[in-house]
Design a protein around this ligand. Structure first.
Ligand SMILES: Cc1ncc(COP(=O)(O)O)c(C=O)c1O
Length: 290
């Protein structure tokens, strides 16, 4: 199943309020979302049939659309219920849910018009984001030439599909050089995040993470910060320089797809998967499986 292209799979998809056979989830080629990037989405993991932070993710979906000046014609409870319905219809308990909203084919041109956005929810099985072997020793990151743009250059608070263009380029660049993912700096040259997850460092037992002022303030990031506080760790949001990152004792990433992933190498610098990372990973796993 995992190797099949996504348009050739089985199951059901939620499309503008209707449950359709998976292969009927289609859009026309002349579509504003495709041509002009007017598209936002969410990524949610369900564990044992329970989507983690379902409401928070779907609230962010609505906010992301508002930031792109798009109106989603469904409220959060409706989208939440549709997510649950898709898990049941597709007989999945451990799954990845992908609510997505886009401007359709009503208008073509840079101005997007004011027709309500189209909304779909696809669900599929998605195992670990990185291989188990990499997870044990920590993944490798390569510093990218691509930087996270300033908040007055791109709508950086929105989980907008268009923002992933630089993530894809950065990840391709890293993978071609033999690394698992990219380290992205921000427009000022401070450490930002990886192509699809937030970043934390540990130095002398204290945890630090970049201020999310030009990239997503991830829900996993917020969850891990509160778990760290509860566990009694010192945790601080601050600007982090590349020099500071290079002398950190531990580095880890957080995100819905990546969960809590240790980093074992950045460029030529290696890191051990230390006790703070392991402790927080255990706390996070306990929470998602609760
Ligand atoms: C670029 C980027 N940063 C951070 C995150 C982490 O966000 P969250 O923890 O809400 O999944 C994601 C994943 O959604 C992402 O794609």
């Amino acid at each position: 199943m995992s190797g099949l292209p996504f348009d050739q799979r089985d199951g059901f998809i939620w499309y503008n309020g209707k449950v359709l056979p998976w292969n009927d989830g289609k859009i026309h080629i002349v579509n504003h979302g495709l041509h002009y990037g007017s598209c936002v989405f969410e990524g949610i993991r369900a564990y044992g049939g329970k989507p983690f932070l379902l409401n928070e993710h779907n609230e962010r979906l609505i906010r992301s659309a508002q930031i792109l000046d798009m109106t989603i014609p469904f409220d959060v409870p409706t989208i939440n219920a549709a997510c649950m319905e898709m898990l049941t219809a597709n007989k999945l308990k451990d799954a990845y849910l992908r609510p997505v909203a886009w401007r359709g084919s009503e208008v073509m041109g840079i101005a997007g018009g004011n027709a309500p956005a189209h909304v779909a929810i696809a669900v599929w099985y998605w195992g670990k984001y990185f291989s188990e072997e990499l997870l044990e020793k920590g993944i490798s990151l390569k510093q990218s030439k691509w930087r996270k743009p300033a908040p007055d250059t791109a709508p950086t608070e929105s989980k907008a599909a268009g923002l992933y263009m630089i993530g894809t380029l950065a990840k391709h660049e890293a993978e071609k050089a033999g690394y698992a993912d990219a380290l992205m700096l921000d427009y000022r040259g401070y450490v930002a995040e990886s192509s699809g997850a937030n970043l934390f460092i540990v130095k002398d037992g204290a945890i630090k993470t970049p201020i999310p002022d030009c990239f997503l303030n991830g829900l996993t990031r917020q969850t891990v910060m509160s778990l760290a506080k509860k566990a009694g760790f010192s945790i601080e949001e601050k600007r982090i320089t590349l020099d500071e990152l290079m002398v950190a004792d531990e580095v880890f990433l957080t995100g819905t797809a990546a969960e809590l992933t240790a980093v074992g190498k950045i460029n030529d610098q290696t890191y051990t998967v230390g006790s703070v990372t392991r402790t927080l990973r255990d706390h996070y796993e306990a929470l998602i499986n609760a």
